[in-house]
Design a protein around this ligand. Structure first.
Ligand code: HEM
Length: 131
């Protein structure tokens, strides 16, 4: 990780500097001050989570892979070891966080594909017997 600055939970909680808008997401610390009015979910919800550990609410909302990429830009550090929860993100969007978990979600072709193949085979059989 590029920025390994360490914060305690109380440092994040106290952030009242006008240039910081920090919160914790899964033991990482973010400063989204410059992102406030760009956040597609609105600035209000980010302000509501100022200084808190927003992991649970963040997981409940669910964010896209694009959002995950964007987050890296706003990470300013990590929690000190003794303040970490070391909890994995909730199930349901873990796949986006952890590529190994994600592999479980890769599926084969869906039902429409099999119906199409079945249809083609049936069509070929009808033509074959009709001739
Ligand atoms: C660095 C941190 C964050 C980034 C970069 C970020 C980015 C985004 C992006 C790109 C979207 C658009 C939808 C998507 O692509 O998933 C979004 C939507 C949203 N975000 Fe965030 N977000 C962050 C933190 C948070 C936090 C802490 C909350 C608080 C719970 C939150 C709540 C929401 C909500 C409610 C939506 C709207 C979802 C919807 O309309 O269905 N976000 N965010």
């Amino acid at each position: 990780m590029a920025n390994e600055k360490q914060f305690t939970r109380s440092e994040v909680m106290k952030n009242d500097d006008k240039d910081t808008m920090m919160f914790i997401l899964h033991d990482n610390v973010y400063n989204v001050h410059s992102f406030l009015n760009e956040h597609p979910g609105g600035e209000e919800i980010l302000l509501d989570h100022r200084g808190t550990d927003a992991s649970e609410d963040f997981d409940d909302v669910g964010h896209s892979n694009d959002a995950m990429e964007l987050m890296k830009k706003y990470q300013v550090g990590v929690l000190v070891e003794s303040d970490k929860t070391n909890q994995l993100p909730k199930k349901g969007w873990v796949a986006r966080y952890n590529s190994k978990e994600g592999e479980k979600y890769i599926r084969g072709p869906g039902i429409p594909f099999y119906l199409l193949v079945g249809g083609i085979v049936l069509g070929a059989a009808i033509i074959f017997y009709a001739l």
